[in-house]
Design a protein around this ligand. Structure first.
Ligand SMILES: Cc1cc2nc3c(=O)[nH]c(=O)nc-3n(C[C@H](O)[C@H](O)[C@H](O)COP(=O)(O)OP(=O)(O)OC[C@H]3O[C@@H](n4cnc5c(N)ncnc54)[C@H](O)[C@@H]3O)c2cc1C
Length: 451
């Protein structure tokens, strides 16, 4: 009998069979069997109710069913990946490259540990159309401003989607495996549909119904017509290359605007790759010296959606209810935390990472830093969002507010953004916890001090 040739496909944020070139490589390297491995990494896996683990647990179960059994182990990937690869007699372990600060360090450690047993870690593709670090300025350094990055990104281009992996000879080595855990969802939250099929259905519904006027509807949270593809992009139940290929022939303003947003996701991944320290520290370090308030009851009111500012509260309650928030409202609530409550952006970003179903380190931390004025290409600090004006402009008839703040459901449109003006404001809705005009002045004073 000839030598048996096997490989390992180590899944991380790429839980799909379509357009997944790493699986095709694993198959070519392991014609006699490919182990479909997922490691519940001690560093990233926490028991208890968090949005991320609850979603991931369900997604793993869905994917496992799809391929007839995912090999799930629990522990440090450096030990576990080596153990599984050796047990399977594999000479290669296949992954999509991870460019995040922790993931890239982890992969280097796994690579070294595998090399001691003459097993190679093979990186094929990444969660991006254009991998971080791939497009650079003339002098070889990375872009710090989105628009020129976007131009270079478009010019660079990307491959066509890879064919679906259909007949992979999946095998499961013996030894310790872990039941896929059933983590509970944070109380009161409904998770969106998940898995590769749900991603494709959502995407095609968006292409059919909403992409053409995405450029005009994307800012209106009451309409709720954005794609909600962020969670699928986060877990790789679809690849952005597939989406870009579908957008290419459309040529509407909406489809162009949408491709630009996908580029934003790639830009932030690129920036984080250039500056891994910016995951938790200030991208513009001058802002570390600004005067901030200690988080206390104001942070709690913000998290609970009880600030007394309707659009802010609606957004924070959408986050609690769905693990997702509309982009325009993410900007409004983030601005409120940083500029009205004077709380450092990291506190808000941490809450988002815990609650968001699409929590993504690069997009979240840089989305926050953009709002806080300390990120790349940031909104100028002195441009302070007024939560009432923002509400009136982007939720003119209060649909979004009424959907998420039941205390205001019966308030007339002309008062829904300023319920404190009513002769009898709803008794169960809080009064504003701050005076926006005063806090705006205070924010500018603090900013002047570091200029
Ligand atoms: C404070 C703050 C925190 C954020 N945190 C996250 C996060 O943790 N994860 C996340 O995926 N996005 C984050 N975003 C970006 C954006 O809000 C979400 O991607 C978007 O709301 C997801 O909904 P959608 O898929 O319907 O978006 P659509 O409007 O349909 O956009 C399509 C896709 O483009 C990408 N995209 C759109 N806007 C942005 C943006 N501003 N930055 C980066 N990518 C973008 C996303 O992948 C999104 O799925 C954040 C933005 C802000 C202001």
């Amino acid at each position: 009998m000839g030598r048996v040739t096997t490989s390992v496909m180590w899944f991380r944020r790429d839980l799909r069979l379509g357009d997944n070139p790493a699986i095709l490589e694993a198959e070519a390297a392991g014609p006699d069997g490919v182990v479909p491995l997922f490691v519940l990494d001690d560093r990233l896996w926490t028991e208890g109710a968090t949005t991320r683990t609850a979603y991931l647990a369900r997604l793993l179960a869905d994917f496992s069913e799809r391929i007839g059994g995912l090999h799930v182990v629990h522990g440090d990937p450096v030990d576990e990946v080596v153990r599984v690869a050796r047990r399977a007699g594999a000479s290669t372990v296949h992954v999509a490259a991870d460019f995040g600060p922790y993931g890239s360090r982890r992969d280097r450690r796994v690579e070294e540990a595998l090399a001691k047993h003459e097993i190679s870690l093979v990186r094929t593709g990444s969660p991006y159309a254009v991998a971080p670090g791939r497009v650079t300025k003339g002098d070889g350094t990375g872009y710090r401003v989105f628009t020129p990055y976007f131009r270079a990104w478009e010019e660079h281009g990307w491959r066509a989607p890879a064919p679906e992996a259909k007949q992979v000879p999946w095998i499961r080595p013996g030894g310790r495996t872990r039941q896929i855990p059933e983590n509970t969802v944070p109380s009161g939250m409904d998770l969106p549909p998940l898995g590769e099929q749900a991603a494709a259905e959502r995407w095609h519904a968006f292409l059919d119904d909403d992409v053409a006027d995405y450029d005009t509807t994307r800012d209106l949270p009451g309409d709720d017509r954005t794609s909600r593809m962020s969670v699928h992009l986060k877990w790789g139940t679809i690849h952005p290359r597939t989406m870009l290929a579908d957008l290419a022939p459309l040529r509407s303003r909406g489809s162009a605007a949408y491709a630009r947003e996908l580029a934003f996701r790639e830009f932030y991944a690129d920036v984080l790759h250039q500056r891994p320290d910016s995951a938790f520290d200030y991208y513009n370090r001058a802002f570390a010296a600004m005067e901030y308030d200690e988080p206390g009851s104001a942070l709690d009111a913000w998290k609970a959606g009880r600030t007394g500012f309707p659009i802010v509260d609606a957004g924070m309650r959408q986050l609690l209810g769905e693990g997702w928030m509309h982009n325009r409202v993410r900007m409004i609530v983030a601005s409120f935390l940083v500029k009205d409550l004077h709380i450092e952006w990291q506190h808000g970003a941490r809450h988002f990472l815990e609650m968001l179903v699409d929590a993504d380190l690069a997009s979240n931390q840089h989305g926050w830093q953009w709002v806080a004025g300390c990120g790349t290409d940031a909104a100028p600090y002195f441009r302070v969002f007024n939560p009432v004006t923002q509400g009136k402009k982007f939720d003119p008839d209060g649909t979004y507010i009424r959907r998420w703040v039941p205390e205001l459901a019966d308030v007339e449109t002309r008062h829904v953004h300023e319920p404190w003006d009513l002769d009898e404001p709803p008794a169960d809705y809080p009064e504003p916890i701050v005076d926006h005009a005063e806090e705006r002045r205070e924010a500018l004073r603090r900013y002047e001090a570091i200029r």
